[in-house]
Ligand binder design. Structure first.
Ligand SMILES: NC(=O)c1ccc[n+]([C@@H]2O[C@H](COP(=O)([O-])OP(=O)(O)OC[C@H]3O[C@@H](n4cnc5c(N)ncnc54)[C@H](OP(=O)(O)O)[C@@H]3O)[C@@H](O)[C@H]2O)c1
Length: 295
């Protein structure tokens, strides 16, 4: 049985490839730049780009199951190619936002578009819906490496960050074992922790204190406007949000941070039930990523 891993260079996809190889599966991986992939020699590599879904036709030949990182613009074409190739089961990297309180939020709509396309494809599916990735903290890496204070937006807001390896483990179980078709797995890390505490744990991992600035209010709005500007253009292009709705995206994010100041962040034990073991902690994540934070 050949399993295709799309987004194989991503935070989660690279671990899915590794876990499948360790389990002895026959693995094929895609990237837009296959020459950039550094994978074990037994992994077949194919070029595929969601902006040109036809590129998936060849990558999907002979494939039985697929781990999907996808985007609204490409998902329909990829699912048509998967069906034509005789794929039986797709495990989608989705988001917990889909079923969150704010079901009209753009992240929810973005992922719902993809889930709907997969449901309509007629293939068996599993939706892996993680909350905040621990890997989001990699955005602080440059400041930390440069010895500069990290600019944290609402430093004392709480999250329940999940290690990308745990997301990959849940996805791999859904690919390799029976009984996961039709499941929607909401998964988070196992602890509620503030961003300032995350930074302190990164400091412990690299052996020095890391200073931060707590950015709030209009200063945070300015940072978010800059950070989201290209993302917002993509969302308008993909038809996920209207141009007029885009100012709301920054305000949504501010509201999210302010609410998260109250803490604790919600914790979902689904992944622990699927895997039969506790989630990795953020302290473990920080140790695993020491090299990203040091020169
Ligand atoms: N960050 C969070 O807190 C969070 C929470 C919940 C859900 N999510 C969801 O998780 C996903 C991101 O996962 P990740 O962090 O593992 O991904 P990532 O590290 O951002 O990597 C994205 C992967 O997608 C591939 N890719 C990008 N554009 C592509 C295209 N046009 N065609 C084909 N492949 C393309 C890239 O491969 P190449 O460059 O090699 O082609 C790369 O491997 C998103 O859907 C996000 O919404 C994120």
């Amino acid at each position: 049985m050949t399993i295709l891993v799309t987004g194989a260079t991503g935070n989660v996809g690279r671990h899915v490839v590794d876990l499948l190889v360790r389990a002895g599966a026959d693995v094929r991986a895609t990237s837009r730049n296959p020459e950039s992939l550094d994978l074990p020699p037994q992994v077949e590599v194919r070029r595929a780009d969601l902006n040109d879904p036809k590129t998936f036709e060849q990558a999907l030949q002979g494939v039985e199951k697929v781990f999907l990182y996808t985007q609204p613009a490409g998902v329909q074409g990829v699912m048509e190619a998967a069906k034509a190739a005789g794929v039986t089961h797709a495990v989608l990297l989705s988001s917990r936002a889909v079923s969150g309180r704010d079901s009209d939020h753009w992240i929810a709509r973005w992922h719902r578009t993809m889930e709907a396309a997969i449901e309509q494809s007629g293939l068996a599916w599993t939706f892996v819906r993680p909350g905040t990735f621990a890997a989001n903290s990699l955005q602080w890496a440059r400041s930390i490496r440069n010895g500069e204070p990290v600019r944290l937006l609402y430093a004392h807001s709480h999250v329940s960050p999940i290690h990308e390896r745990d997301i990959a483990e849940v996805s791999t179980v859904a690919l390799l074992q029976e009984g996961h078709a039709g499941a929607k797995y909401h998964i988070t890390g196992g602890e509620s922790i503030s961003q300032a505490e995350q930074l302190a744990l990164i400091g412990q991992a690299i052996g020095r204190d890391v200073a931060f600035e707590d950015i709030t209010g209009d200063d945070a709005r300015a940072v978010l406007r800059e950070r989201f500007s290209s993302r917002i253009q993509e969302l308008v292009q993909d038809g996920v949000v209207d141009r007029e709705a885009t100012s709301g995206i920054v305000e949504d994010r501010i509201r999210y941070y302010v609410e998260a100041l109250e803490g604790p962040a919600e914790i979902d034990r689904t992944a622990e039930r699927v895997l039969g073991k506790p989630m990795r902690t953020f302290a473990e994540w920080a140790v695993d990523h020491k090299a990203d934070f040091t020169n």
